[in-house]
Design a protein around this ligand. Structure first.
Ligand code: ADP
Ligand code: MG
Length: 401
């Protein structure tokens, strides 16, 4: 178990400088934040530190400025947005390292929060340069890593900084978001209440093969939808017309079918169209009736019922990836139905966890996000956790005594 912010005696934080790595990697349009989900997710930790009178210094990356300062990727608008959400002024520090930065940090008063400029303005960030980590580590002896979305990376401001702070005798702990993500995604998989059902979808098997392999021995059922299912169809010798298929993964899909046995549940019917467009006219066909020129865009009605039924009886559900091209109305029904099925299972007391950017958006659009046990904020990191692999951002933290 890793030490978390909740393990600390908050009374000891007053007047203490605390360095926090969050994931404020949001999209900007004309200098404005468009989707602030990640900023929202960072609030519990920042509120706790603000309330305890800590002098909080926040680090985050945004976009891919490739190691050079670039005004397009400045966190200045994020500092403003954060100020509004927190209801307290967040000081923006343009000089994220060096004397100017140190001075700004030294001038903080109790309870004040400062946001330093984009960590990726330094080439050392993604190169995991220990010198860059040491510059930040010099500011304090307490580091809080709350950037779950970046936890699968070894960067100077994440795992590198945790190591640097600990080497100097300080502590590195998980923030509230990081702790919550790990609790739901990690621990729930360790000891799931059964039946344990996983639902995987999305475009490609290749990005999720480790997840499939890690989940198969643990789950009671693995439901596969989305374009991922097409590659399995081909492995079964079925035609997929002009649908998205990963030709170089067909053999792998065949192996998975052979080893998974009855655990693996594939769609029995599909929604097809001549083209995948928002205005497409669709047809419902059995999986053996997909013809030349057809594009599979969603799971069919029989599959919706089948998946719904299996999810209904589950006590633990993990869902990653849409069942079809969920961003286009004619192909969104399968995903919406799965979202509702998971929410209903949660209403009945099951643990239901959703990971992945597209799936999270789909759950939100289906209006069920609030009923789910947990919606992960980290796409890549949640897949790594589900695959049972190591997260450097987490492993680098201090152990709980
Ligand atoms: P998540 O973000 O939830 O992890 P992915 O990014 O893996 O999900 O997959 C989402 C993408 O998969 C979407 O862009 C969606 O359009 C695409 N997709 C799902 N099913 C199909 C399909 N049958 N044909 C083409 N694309 C599909
Ligand atoms: Mg995605």
């Amino acid at each position: 178990m890793k030490k978390t912010l909740a393990d600390l005696d908050l009374a000891t934080l007053r007047g203490r400088t605390v360095l926090v790595r969050t994931d404020l990697n949001v999209q900007l349009e004309a200098g404005r934040v468009t989707d602030d989900q990640r900023i929202q997710a960072s609030l519990p930790t920042l509120r706790m530190l603000h309330g305890s009178g800590a002098r909080t210094v926040v680090l985050s990356h945004m976009g891919r400025p490739k190691g050079l300062p670039n005004p397009e990727y400045s966190l200045a608008p994020v500092a403003e947005h954060l100020s509004r959400l927190l209801g307290t002024h967040v000081t923006f520090v343009r000089e994220a390292v060096g004397e100017g930065g140190e001075e700004a940090v030294g001038a903080l008063s109790d309870g004040e929060i400062a946001l330093l400029e984009n960590t990726r303005f330094f080439a050392g960030e993604t190169a995991d340069d220990p010198e860059l980590s040491a510059t930040w580590a010099g500011l304090t002896d307490l580091f809080v890593n709350d950037a779950f979305g970046a936890a699968h990376r070894e960067h100077a401001s994440t795992s590198g900084l945790a190591e640097a702070v600990r080497e100097r005798g300080g502590e590195a702990v998980a923030g509230l978001l990081m702790a919550r993500e790990v609790e739901y995604l990690g621990n729930a998989l360790e000891n799931p209440e059964r039946p344990f059902v996983a639902i995987l979808g999305g475009a490609k098997i290749s990005g999720k093969i480790d997840v499939v392999e890690a989940l198969l021995p643990r789950v009671d059922r693995l439901l596969v939808g989305g374009a991922m299912a097409n590659t399995f169809f081909r492995a079964m010798g079925l035609g997929t017309g002009d649908s998205l298929v990963e030709e170089d993964r067909i053999a792998m899909a065949a192996e998975l079918i052979a080893t998974a046995g009855h655990k693996l549940v594939l769609p029995t019917d599909c929604v097809v169209a001549d083209e995948i467009t928002p205005e497409a006219t669709t047809r419902l066909v059995g999986r053996t009736d997909v013809h030349k020129g057809d594009h599979i865009g969603d799971i069919g009605s029989e599959t919706r019922d089948l998946f719904h039924g299996i999810v209904s009886g589950a006590r633990t559900v993990v869902w990653n990836g849409p069942m079809g091209v969920s961003e286009m109305a004619p192909f969104s029904r399968g995903t919406v139905e799965v979202a509702h099925a998971v929410a209903e299972a949660c209403d009945d007391g099951a643990l239901g966890v959703v990971g992945g950017g597209h799936s999270a958006v789909a759950a939100e659009q289906a209006g069920v996000a609030e009923r789910l046990s947990h919606v992960s904020t980290g796409g890549g990191a949640s897949l790594v956790l589900l695959a049972g692999a190591a997260l450097p951002g987490l492993d680098s933290l201090s152990d709980r005594e």
